[in-house]
Write a protein that binds this ligand. Structure first.
Ligand code: ADP
Ligand code: MG
Length: 679
């Protein structure tokens, strides 16, 4: 057996099981070894029944006596099975709800090992729904509990984990002796052993620390390697320091806000210095980030470079393209568009224009990072709504230019700690001021049977005044369709009442979506019913009402984004959050939305409501998943790992030295193979 062997080489794992394992990201024996437990059950000691304590989960062994099946549990309509478990010291009641079938499995006189948490019912202790098994087969010790998927049981997972133990000694250590020493870490074999099968708490903590360190080390090495190295700084030439951007700024129909102006000044300083720009712009929805990006692109062109901007959705990319190309046309600047759904002939033309330099500005979706997109001399790379993209996509885009200035824009406020990890040494500009004349959007939560009617009466008046309306419904799957209103259902009701109603959703053809969006922009549609495809970026100033159906299904940050679609023009705008049911969380969210329109405040409240776990969740920020490391909890480890990663890359920027090969392999494995471009 080798680390690289497919998991099917293990006894008892056939093709079917292998599929289940693949869902957990486990394909090889090595993957299995790195699938660590989330929690543990302390089954080291068998507790005498008389010593069971309320709230203390424990393992106990008892003989089953007096089984009483039948009866319905109050209100729930489920069948209850009660029994008494007895050992030398006493008895305790064991209860299973909704489990009449167990009467066939458990018999009077059986000796069973139970594992569960005693609780008081009136004045007697009982254990509800414990795990149980025959006493003579009971697993004892500190048992790892692994994340599972259907088709794999905990018992099976533990068996396989034991089977591969002899291979721990073959796992490469990605850290040098020196690093291990300096950071007081344990060896990798010891760490792996004690995370799967800890002897005691101390060993476990040491082991976990080591593995968390490794995960951060790999992540940080990858992120740092993806940044521009000092040598690359030398390569490029800087943009012209000739104030050429002013011509464009003066052509805008409005003066820049103070915050936009500050941001532009910072960008210009970057662009005209001899280091490439590496800047993040954070600005709430509607704060005018696009104009700032456009000024930077104008500057690039005036300095003889090409610029590219990538947006997360086709609709958004197209909207940017339409606005930007119209304004750039007036200056004789040629703007191209690229998306996955374009015809081959159209696409070829754009690609030609890019490589011969006749197209100076490119706007598009992630199609712009495909390998066949080659630029003549790319000097500026912009990503809009950055959090939607993965790290590897960001790297690919940057690598399109020999020496590209990077500008990243996001409306999602990022907790500072996470920003450090994601963007490292990026400079940050904050647009914390809205264009003048914006009135805060009046926000109301509506519940109760006539909420919807009241809301749509209001909508009717707004339409009569010539305004347009968004109605957003959550994405739901079939099984939930019973309690949430689907876009189709909402659409039918509204279309019966308002003539110019259209629907847009993710599975529609691109051409259809574009057509509807174009007509909505042109004011030919009054009500647009949509699933969350309109979440980011869409700009129709005449739209004054945002109705969110089943608002309880959206998170705060999302609601804030949605609300940002209205209040973009001169008119008072409204956001109605229609909720069904009255969960506490939904109520709290509603209150926050009614009280504030400040994205940073809302993000903070979101953090409090959901806890750091979800916010720091790597996926939504485009970071690869980590198994043990938790950015919220392990900041100190992260900092140490950063320092090490930095030291290693300073000494060996491309990780070419033999001792760095194991680290390099792991980085490429975590970040995807595009990573190897940078190493
Ligand atoms: P976001 O930051 O959400 O991307 P946009 O760039 O889409 O915001 O800008 C929102 C709206 O504000 C657009 O209609 C834009 O034309 C307008 N806008 C941008 N800057 C200003 C300004 N300084 N004064 C007035 N309107 C502005
Ligand atoms: Mg935007």
């Amino acid at each position: 057996m080798e680390l690289e062997d497919k998991i099917t080489t293990l006894k008892g794992v056939g093709p079917k099981k292998a599929e289940a394992f693949a869902r957990l990201g486990i394909e090889t024996v090595e993957d299995l070894i790195f699938a660590f437990p989330r929690i543990y059950e302390d089954r080291k000691n068998i507790i005498p029944i008389a010593q069971l304590r309320e709230g203390e989960t424990a393992l106990f062994i008892g003989e089953v006596d007096v089984i009483r099946p039948g009866g319905y549990y109050r209100g729930r309509g489920s069948r209850v099975l009660r029994m008494l478990a007895t050992d030398d010291t006493g008895s305790i009641e064991v209860v299973f709800f909704n489990a009449a079938y167990l009467a066939k499995t458990i018999h009077k006189g059986d000796r069973l090992a139970f594992y569960g948490k005693p609780v008081y019912n009136r004045d007697r202790l009982q254990v509800v729904h414990p795990q149980f098994e025959k006493a003579d087969k009971a697993e004892t010790g500190i048992l790892p509990v692994y994340p599972l998927t259907s088709g794999i049981t905990q018992r099976e997972m533990r068996r396989l984990q034991k089977l591969v133990r002899p291979l721990y000694s073959q796992v490469e250590d990605i850290l040098s002796e020196e690093t291990i020493h300096r950071n007081n870490l344990c060896g990798i074999e010891y760490a792996i052993k004690n995370v799967h099968f800890p002897d005691d708490r101390q060993n476990y903590l040491e082991a976990k620390y080591r593995l968390v360190f490794d995960e951060f080390m790999v992540l940080e090495t990858g992120l740092m390697a993806s940044k521009i190295s000092e040598q690359e700084y030398e390569k490029g030439s800087r943009f012209l320091d000739d104030n050429s951007e002013i011509e464009f700024i003066e052509s805008l129909p409005y003066p820049l806000t103070g915050a936009q102006q500050r941001c532009v000044t910072e960008i210009m300083a970057d662009l005209t210095s001899d280091r490439p720009m590496n800047r993040l712009i954070q600005g709430d929805v509607g704060s005018g980030k696009t104009a700032v990006a456009q000024i930077a692109m104008f500057k690039a062109v005036k300095s003889g470079f090409q610029a590219v901007m990538m947006a997360p959705t086709e609709i958004l990319a197209r909207q940017h393209y339409e606005g930007i190309s119209r304004e750039f046309d007036a200056f004789g600047i040629r703007t191209g568009f690229l998306s996955g759904s374009m015809k081959a002939a159209e696409k070829r033309q754009v690609l030609e224009g890019l490589s011969d330099g006749s197209i100076q500005v490119l706007i598009g979706t992630h199609a712009v990072i495909q390998p066949d997109v080659l630029f003549h001399n790319l000097g500026l790379v912009i990503t809009d709504e950055q959090h939607r993209f993965g790290v590897s996509q960001r790297i690919k885009l940057k690598d399109k230019g020999d020496w590209a200035n990077v500008l990243v824009m996001t409306a999602t406020p990022i907790p500072r700690t996470l920003a450090v990890v994601l963007y490292g040494d990026m400079d940050v500009s904050i647009i914390d001021e809205m264009p003048p004349g914006r009135m805060p959007v009046v926000t109301k939560c509506l519940t109760g049977f006539d909420a919807r009617e009241k809301c749509y009466e209001f909508v009717e008046r707004q339409i009569r005044e010539g305004h347009q309306i968004y109605v957003v419904t959550p994405l739901i799957d079939e099984s939930e369709a019973m309690d949430a209103r689907s876009a189709a259902q909402v659409y039918e009701e509204l279309a019966a009442r308002f003539i110019r109603t259209e629907m847009i959703h993710g599975s529609m053809k691109q051409a259809e979506k574009d057509d509807i969006m174009a007509r909505f922009s042109a004011g030919e549609i009054d009500i647009l019913v949509a699933t969350v495809v309109i979440e980011v970026g869409i700009n129709v100033p005449n739209a004054t009402v945002m109705v969110v159906e089943n608002a309880e299904r959206f998170g705060l940050a999302q609601l804030h984004q949605l609300r940002g679609r209205v209040g973009r023009g001169r008119w008072q705008s409204y956001c109605f959050l229609i909720t069904e049911g009255q969960s506490e969380l939904a109520l709290k969210r509603g209150e926050i939305m009614e009280a504030s329109s400040d994205g940073f405040y809302i993000a903070e409240e979101d953090l409090k409501l959901r806890g750091p776990g979800e916010i720091f969740g790597t996926r939504q920020h485009g970071l690869p998943d980590m198994r043990l490391a938790d950015m919220a909890k392990h900041m100190n480890v992260l900092n140490d790992a950063r320092d090490e990663a930095k030291a290693i890359l300073e000494d060996d920027p491309k990780l070419q030295k033999p001792q760095n090969q194991p680290l390099k392999r792991r980085v490429v494995k975590l970040m995807g193979k595009d990573m190897s471009l940078n190493l």
